[in-house]
Design a protein. Sequence first.
Length: 107
Amino acid sequence: MTNIFVGNLSFDTTDSDLQTAFGAFGEVGRASVVRDRDSGQSRGFGFVEMTNSGEAAQAMSAMNGQDLHGRTLNVNEARPKESNGVGNRGGGSNRSGGGNRRRESRW
């Protein structure tokens, strides 16, 4: 299974449009346009999963730079999602500069 990134999509592009366009090169397991979770508006990119790596390579080569709904596509193999680091932001300690210091009596 090869996962393909498709960027610079028109906001009018649907999952079915991607399925049809990439289906011309072989079997498409899944095609999806990424949408904003709140508004449902397309985010301008999507992913296509193709079952045959040779067909996927042919599709990436042929579709990169092609026009779909008035936009020039940016197509390449998708990279694995990187960890966003939530919960482990690093940056040293959380010292507040005081607080629990023992106070010496001057008397």
